[in-house]
Design a binder for this molecule. Structure first.
Ligand code: SF4
Ligand code: SF4
Length: 391
């Protein structure tokens, strides 16, 4: 059986010629994949992204989103940029705006897929781990989708790419009864935050990092968690550098639950109606949901495009694994000597489990054929750069 194709364009530019640059090559990949295969004229098409956070600015750049939007419009699609509520909906839209993602830059509306209150969802069966899960309505009801992911680390899943973008990001914050939906996978361990008062310096980093205002200190300087509001995302524990606050985790179960949720989202689409785009740039150790963007672990690699989620995630992880490490980064802090399975070394969780889980769900392949696109041909079909001696 033929291996799924993963198109790849390097972030490097070899000539002073737009068609050989990153944007030009991205345009050419969008030509080659034939978006009309995925999108019918008149289709509403969510471009599912992560829009960043206050302080986390290393998101996919608007210039690339605009190229994608223009290409989708060319085949008659009606795209919009979307994500689900992680912080209050209107605040998240302001964050997107401050990261340069808005209607002016992208040419299309930017909306919350689960509504501004994060409760607009449709319950769907998920699988043995999660049972059923609330899928954000604007994704559930869409006939086609582009999963546009910025590839980086993640506290809970080790790595955040397309599977995480769907499995967490395609799920509504809560259902109409106030039950956590995205949080379901965080609650799996059934373990609560553990605080050790003797280690705590009362630096308040944990309080400032909570997106739901669930954590505080009382008048006696004792830590109080509002269990109703807490989504067990682990962000507060992640920023505690004194090991005073810990959230016990079961990474393997989490990866499987993530894949199960991603599969539930994908099963709302007809086969062949979802395309994945992975930007392997600004590959930082943390997710774009943290209050910071750390320095990248490896140099910018490029962009990958495929309609197979297993293949694109495997190819992304393999390319990151072959990259040179940047010394002045967390990779240097940890004195790593190779980038092989980088996120296992950085975050202690093996992201290849996500790939295998998608394969087990029958929704992806661990094999792929990488097809590198070197340039966008000139209108006459030629590929001669205007300035071949640019470098
Ligand atoms: S981040 Fe850690 S040390 Fe700082 S206040 Fe919170 S629990 Fe205490
Ligand atoms: S785990 Fe921590 S950061 Fe996350 S919601 Fe609960 S208290 Fe807030």
């Amino acid at each position: 059986m033929a291996k799924p194709i993963v198109y790849f364009a390097s972030a490097r530019a070899k000539f002073f010629d737009y068609d050989y640059g990153f944007l030009g090559k991205f345009e050419e990949i969008l030509n080659r994949v034939n978006l009309g295969k995925y999108v019918d004229s008149g289709d509403y098409v969510p471009i599912k992204m992560h829009l960043g956070s206050q302080g986390a600015y290393r998101v996919v750049r608007p210039a690339f989103i605009r190229k994608l939007v223009d290409a989708l419009k060319k085949v008659g699609g009606e795209p919009f940029v979307t994500d689900t509520v992680r912080i209050p909906g209107l605040e998240y839209l302001r964050v997107a705006n401050s990261n340069g993602i808005n209607e002016l830059s992208t040419g299309v509306p930017v909306i919350m897929a689960d509504g501004v209150f994060g409760s607009d969802c449709v319950m769907r069966p998920s699988g043995p781990i999660l049972g059923e899960i609330g899928i954000a309505s604007a994704i559930h009801d869409a006939p086609a989708m582009i999963v546009l992911s910025h590839c980086k680390g993640h506290i809970a899943s080790g790595y955040g790419g397309a599977v995480k973008n769907l499995g967490m990001g395609g799920i509504a914050f809560k259902d109409r009864n106030g039950v956590h939906q995205r949080g379901k996978m965080h609650f799996l361990q059934n373990a609560e935050l553990q605080w050790t008062s003797e280690k705590c310096t009362h630096c308040l980093q944990c309080v400032g990092s909570c997106p739901h205002g669930s954590i505080a200190f009382d008048d006696s300087q004792l830590l109080v968690i509002d269990q109703e509001k807490c989504a067990r995302c682990g962000r507060c524990a992640r920023v505690c550098t004194f090991e005073a606050l810990v959230l016990p985790q079961n990474p393997e179960l989490f990866q499987k639950a993530l894949a199960e949720a991603a599969a539930a989202v994908l099963n709302t689409f007809k086969k062949g109606k979802v395309l994945y785009i992975n930007f392997v740039t600004d590959v930082q150790p943390e997710c774009d949901c943290m209050p910071i963007a750390d320095a990248p672990l490896v140099p910018d690699i490029g962009v990958l495009v495929s309609d197979d989620i297993g293949a694109i995630e495997k190819a992304t992880l393999d390319l990151i694994g072959q990259a040179q490490l940047i010394r002045d980064s967390k990779a240097g802090d940890k004195e790593l000597t190779s980038a092989e399975n980088l996120f296992l070394k950085i975050n202690g969780k093996d992201p290849y489990l996500q790939v295998q889980a998608m394969v087990d769900h029958g929704l992806g392949s661990a094999d792929y054929e990488l097809v590198e696109v070197l340039c966008k041909p000139k209108p006459d079909g030629s590929t001669q750069p205007q300035n071949p001696f640019g470098h």
